[in-house]
Every structure is written in C-alpha cells, then in structure tokens.
Design a protein around this ligand. Structure first.
Ligand code: C2E
Ligand code: CA
Ligand code: CA
Length: 732
C-alpha cells in the first residue's frame, strides 16, 4: 500500500555509492605541472591535495586517506618508485596512477610491478587522464564491494556452520543416491560416528533394522513443501564399533525426523532436477523411554513385572474378538492363594513379596507362550487361556498349577507351603463381556474357597459373589438412592424424515461422590446381581414419569419417554403394580411411557412375561424390544407380545456400510413395518447411516449424530424447540 522507500542497511549504502567527494593526492616536483593538475581535477569536483615532491607525499599519505594518488616518477628528493615501495610496504590501500615523463617501456613495467594501478605518459591529454582516473576509481570501488561481499559470505558461512554444528539435532544432506554428503558434528555424540566416517555412506547404515521400511522414502525424502516428511518417528542405529555404548544411552536412538527433497534451482521450473535430500533428526530417546516406563507402569504390576488388571483386560478384549472369528473357546482363570495373609502377618511383608514372586514364576512354568498371566492385586492372579479345545483343557492346566504349587517353597531359610483356589469360566459359553467374565471367574474362585480351597471350580449361572462383598456394594447403591445420587439423562429419538423429536430414552447415571459421573456399565451389573436394581429401577420409572408430567405442565408438546427394564425388575412380583403406580402418581397418559426390554429377557419366562406385559398394554403402556437382532429374533414368539417398537441394535447400524449388514437391517425394518411396528435405529453416528436408514424407511433414529444423552435441562430446552427440533440438521 505505502510507497515508503525501502530502507537500506548501512553497509549497503557505503558500498554501493560514494556520496562524499573523492580525495586525490597529486605528487610532482614541477610546480607548474602540479598546479595545472590541481586545477584540472578541482574543476571536476575532486578534492585535491598537492605534494611538491616525494617527501611531502609520504607525509600526506601518513596523515590522510586518499581514494587515489597521481604520482610523478623522477623527483629529486624522493623518487616515485620509492613512494610506490612505501605504499606497498605499508599496505596502504590506495591505487596509485603513475604520471611520468619517462616514456620507456621499462619505466612503465617497473612502476606496474611496484604496485601502480596505471601508467600515464606526460604530456597527457586532460580527457585521457581524467578517464584513466575514473576507471581506476571504479575498478577499486568494485574490488572493495566484492571484497566486502566475500567477507560477509565467509562470515555468514562460518555462522551457519556454527549453528548447524552446535545444533542439538542431527542434520544431514544426502545425494540423489541416498549417500551422505554432509552431517553435522552432532552425529558423533548421537550415533558415535565421526562425521567423515559417514560421508559417502548410504543412509541405511544408520537406520535400525526394524525401521528400514519406514525410513525408505522418508530419510531420503524426495518430496518438498507441505507433502514432505514431518516429525516422523524412527529409530537410528549407533555405530556398532563404538566402545562405550552405555555412555550414549544404548545402541539405538529414537528420533523425530523432518526431511525434504532438494531441487536444482537453476534448472527450469518445468523440469526440476532432484539433487538430494536434507533432513533434521531430533533425539527423542529420553522422552520415548519415559513414555515406555509410564506405559509399562500403567500396565504392569511392579513387584512381579507381570501384566496388571488393565493389560489383562486388554488381552482379554483382543482374544474375545479373535474368538468370535475362530469360534475357538477361551478361558479366564481367577487364582487366589489360600491363607496368604497368615504368611504375610507371621513372616513379614518382605517374605510375603518374595513368595508372590516365586508363585508368579511357578505359575508361568505351567503355562504356554501365548497364555497371559497377570497379577490383579494382593495375592490374586489371573490367567487367560486364549485357545481351548474343551473344558477338560482347563482341568488339565489347573491340575498342573495346583500340583506345581503344592511343592514347598524356600524363601530366606523358611520352608513354606501354599495352595491356590481357582475359579474358571469359558467364553463364549459363559458370556463375552470382559468385565463380567473376570467377575464370574472370581465368583467361581470364591466358591472354590468355600468348598475347601486348593481346587478348581467352574462358574455356573446362578452363582453369587460372597455375601460380605455383595453386602458392601448393596450398601453403596442403597446409600446412593437415599442420597439422590442417581440422575436420568435423556437421549432424543428423532423422526428420520421431519427431524422432529418423537421421544426420549431415559438413561441412568450415578453421580458417585468420589468417582464422578458413572455410566450404567459401571454399576448396573452389580446392582442387578445384588438385587438393588429393583428399587433403583422403580426410582427410574417414577423419575421418568415425573419428568414427563413436568414437561406437560410446562406446556411442552407431549413426547414418549422410554425406560429400560432389567431382568430382576421384570421378574419381581410387584413389577406391574410398580409401573402402574408410577404412571398414576402423575396421572400420565400411559401412551407416553414405553418400556424397553431385550428379547433375551422376554423369552426367559415367556408365559409369565406375556401375562404381565398384557396387563400393562391394557393400560396403554407401550413395549419396545431393545437391542433387537442380538437375541432370538423370532417373530413367531415376539408376535405373542403387545409390542409397539423395535429398536435395532447399534452394532448393525454402525456397520451399515457393509453389504451383508445392509440386507439384514433392511429385512429387520421391512419385517417391523410388516408387523405395523415403530422401528427405531440405535447408535446412529453419521449422516450416511442416517441417510441409508431413511432410504430403508426406518421411522426413527437415535444416536450421537443428533445428540448424546442430555441432562434434563438440555433435554427440556430441546423440547422447547421441539417441532423444528432437528429440521436444520436434516435439511443440511
Ligand atoms: P441401551 O439400552 O442399549 O442404551 C443405549 C446406549 O447406547 C446408551 O449407553 C447410550 O448412551 C449409547 N448410545 C447412544 N447413542 C449412541 C451412539 O450414537 N453411538 C454409541 N456408540 N453409543 C450410543 P448408556 O447410557 O451407557 O447405557 C448403557 C446400557 O445400560 C443401556 O443400553 C441399558 O441397557 C442400560 N441402562 C441404562 N439406563 C438404564 C436404566 O435406567 N435401567 C436399566 N435397567 N438399564 C439401564
Ligand atoms: Ca435401551
Ligand atoms: Ca439398546
């Protein structure tokens, strides 16, 4: 925008132009010549100093700086050649033009050898002399400029070399064949090579064997600009001949590499010529080691070095996924040492710790490579047997374990006997959820203890956790109820075509005083097992109905509220009455309440459930089949229930892009519609899932795509915008 002049740096200004008058020294013993010359030059705007003879010249040179000297040769006091020698000896940086009556070639040669910049014969043509002076001055100026630039280049190169070499990062260049053409000094402390050892070597020499494939096309990067490699993590190999690798912190280094291709800038822009790569590698070894330590500590028991509960859960999760593919069962064992507390209390913790180490080692010997042995805490271990042929494999391994432990252990001069109780369960037969499998194995282990210890017990449905533990959790949950720590969140169910909110599913959360907001997965299984789910479920029903009534009083449009019903609740004798009471307290239209029950649960006590649900249906209360598609999916049986809604399980929805799932979902929707049911798809997360479902004529969807479960204030606000609810979203 502005036309402000470009600022020149001070150096630029003095080098490229001479604003001051040029000062010349004129030396001649002939007063007439001296005067004539002085006048001629002064007329051309030179500043002139006149010296009448060689001696005066020397004095003037000693006092002042000149841009050029015009020097006579033959002078009685001091010869011009002597003056030249003086100038050369003192390295006076001023060009000397000899102006002499001596016209012999010898004289000229001598003067030029002596350092004269030019030689002009007397008598001279004034114009000729002036031209020669001007030429000399120009030449000198150019020389000076060149020198100056050269100096700055040298300085800047020195400066860059210093920066590059003292950089904490390893910096290199490669030629187009991947051979080092430059490495900075850092390579010595990083990899133990002197830099000349690497020059000319192929870069693969310094790449860790396992990272060769990763480094290819990255270390010798050809791309330039945004697409080139940035912060790529690879490992470099230290010089194998290095004497003291420990000083360098090991034999390999992790670096973060940034590299780019270099191209010949002179070549035409259309055919850029690749000339090599340039890269900077930052040493992140320490950070990686710290990360690994943290990771290790997070996943291992520090006493025994065995995997801890978190890693055990991870392995179990992976193996469960594999089991689904291979159809091979797996087993989870829970092992607990018998009477370990006695050893700890009588012999002390040090011996107790040694014992645990020894037990860990013995257990490991009974297992195969792929089995996971973990210490879950205290004297509790767990084993994952990832591939079984049958339950008798578990029997066999547990026999081995019990036998191995039955031999005495010698710890610090004590002979100690220990036994172990083992609980086991098998997936997928006993279930396929990580935490419930671990829990079931533990319950079976408690059972083994109560039956005399030092034995194996398989989990059986109906087995319950020991009384004391159940009491504790039960007490926690009851207290939570009394203290009002439970809340309901509401997730909207949205009309696929209009985007209107049709209903909300009430989802339970626990504001735990220490652990924060807990999701149902964290406490429903225990609540279910301990039976506290019945009063909790009752609370959920009453709370949901109260919320619906509140919305109605606030004049908000009526929407359906869905409530999840658990097994214990449905099975309780009081179930129908408790639902009716909840509706009646708030004199709610029964139509607005929908109970979500899974197929599996419905089928469990078919006849009784049909009667209960029939009564509720007569009062207008609606019934939804939850997680549809994961259970029996038998329409023949389902048709015996007064069902209003089918909720397609999220596992189908989330894999809608797969062809086989598409046809399954399509069939489910078609069947639901055929039976005149409302079809709701759960877990819709993307627009493409929503669009597919709309295309398949699914009526309603629920999922993060529209909204996660919301606290009641937000759900209320959403209802306020009700009819237009998600219109925008659908249109967009
Ligand atoms: P559910 O009945 O199948 O509930 C749907 C679950 O999917 C909810 O998890 C919900 O937050 C989650 N969800 C919703 N949209 C999406 C989505 O787009 N993607 C994914 N990945 N998940 C989504 P939440 O709230 O953790 O509930 C888990 C389960 O706990 C429920 O499964 C239900 O079986 C049970 N539950 C929740 N509240 C209650 C209750 O009040 N009583 C009983 N007995 N069980 C409840
Ligand atoms: Ca549900
Ligand atoms: Ca569900």
């Amino acid at each position: 925008m502005s036309d402000a002049p470009i600022a020149l740096s001070p150096q630029n200004r003095t080098v490229s132009s001479f604003p001051m008058r040029q000062r010349l020294l004129v030396v001649d013993d002939e007063p007439l010549i001296l005067e004539g010359l002085t006048r001629l030059l002064a007329a051309r705007d030179y500043e002139v100093v006149a010296a009448n003879g060689g001696c005066e010249a020397l004095i003037a040179i000693g006092k002042q700086q000149f841009d050029a000297i015009l020097l006579d040769l033959g002078m009685p006091d001091l010869d011009g050649n002597e003056v030249l020698r003086f100038v050369a000896d003192r390295a006076v940086d001023t060009p000397v033009i000899v102006v002499s009556g001596d016209s012999t070639i010898d004289a000229a040669i001598r003067a030029l050898r002596g350092g004269a910049a030019d030689f002009v014969r007397k008598p001279y043509e004034p114009e000729e002399l002036l031209r020669r002076i001007e030429n000399t001055l120009t030449r000198r100026r150019l020389e000076k400029e060149n020198n100056h630039i050269l100096l700055r280049l040298q300085q800047s190169e020195k400066w860059h070399r210093f920066l590059v070499n003292s950089s904490p990062d390893f910096i290199y260049t490669l030629d187009c064949d991947g051979r080092f053409t430059f490495v900075n000094d850092r390579v010595e402390s990083l990899l133990g090579y002197r830099n000349e050892e690497l020059l000319g070597q192929h870069y693969s020499l310094v790449i860790h064997e396992d990272d060769i494939a990763n480094a290819e096309h990255v270390f010798n990067e050809r791309r330039a600009g945004d697409r080139s490699a940035r912060n790529i993590e690879i490992r470099l190999k230290c010089n194998p001949g290095m004497r003291r690798p420990r000083l360098m912190n090991g034999r390999c280094k992790s670096v973060e590499l940034t590299a780019t291709g270099m191209y010949d800038e002179e070549a035409s822009p259309f055919e850029q010529r690749f000339i090599g790569s340039y890269g900077v590698a930052k040493d992140v070894t320490e950070r990686k080691q710290a990360e690994e330590t943290v990771h290790y500590q997070a996943y291992h028991d520090l006493l025994t070095g065995l995997p801890n509960r978190a890693l055990f859960r991870d392995h179990l999760g992976l193996m469960l996924a594999q089991t689904k593919r291979t159809q091979k069962p797996l087993a989870v064992l829970s092992l607990d040492l018998d009477h370990f507390k006695v050893i700890n209390d009588s012999l002390g913790h040090t011996i107790g710790d040694e014992m645990l180490l020894a037990v860990g080692a013995r257990l490991r010997q009974c297992l195969r490579e792929g089995d996971t042995l973990a210490r879950l805490g205290g004297d509790e271990f767990a084993v994952l047997l990832p591939t079984l042929v049958s339950r008798s494999d578990v029997d066999h391994i547990c026999c081995k374990i019990i036998q191995a432990l039955s031999k005495p252990m010698y710890v610090k001069g004590h002979e100690i006997y220990i036994t172990v109780s083992i609980g086991a369960c098998v997936a997928p037969e006993d279930g396929d959820m990580i935490d419930s499998l671990i829990r079931q194995a533990e319950i079976a282990m408690y059972q083994a203890k109560s039956q005399g210890r030092s034995r194996l017990q398989f989990w059986e449905s109906g087995m319950q956790a020991p009384y004391s533990e159940r009491m504790q959790v039960e007490a926690d949950l009851r207290r939570a109820l009394a203290r009002n720590e439970f809340v309901l969140f509401y997730q909207p169910q949205v009309d696929t075509i209009t985007g209107e909110v049709r209903g909300f599913e009430a989802l339970l959360r626990w504001w735990h005083p220490q652990r924060g907001l807990l999701a149902p997965a964290d406490f429903i299984p225990v609540a279910e097992e301990s039976g506290v789910i019945v009063p909790i479920g009752d609370w959920v029903l009453r709370q949901a109905c109260a919320q619906a009534a509140e919305w109605r009083h606030a004049g908000l449009p009526p929407v359906r509220l869905s409530v999840n019903i658990s097994a214990r609740q449905l099975e309780s004798a009081d179930f129908v009455d408790s639902v009716m009471r909840a509706v009646q307290v708030d004199s709610l239209d029964g139509n607005l309440l929908e109970l979500e029950i899974t197929e599996t649960l419905l089928m469990r006590d078919f006849e009784a459930n049909a009667i209960k649900l029939g009564r509720l249906s007569a009062a207008g209360i609606r019934l939804a089949i939850d997680d549809f598609g994961t259970g029996y999916s038998s329409f023949k049986y389902l048709s015996r229930f007064p069902i209003h809604t089918l909720k397609i399980d999220q596992s189908f929805v989330q894999e809608l892009d797969r062809e086989e799932n598409m046809s399954i979902v399509n069939a489910m929707i078609a069947m639901g519609r055929g039976m005149n049911l409302n079809v709701v798809a759960e877990g819709v997360e993307t627009e493409s899932q929503r669009a597919r479902l709309q295309q398949m004529q699914c009526h309603e969807v629920q999922g993060y795509y529209y909204s996660p479960p919301l606290p009641y204030q937000e759900a209320t606000a959403l209802l306020g915008r009700h009819t237009r609810g998600f219109n925008q979203r659908v249109a967009g």
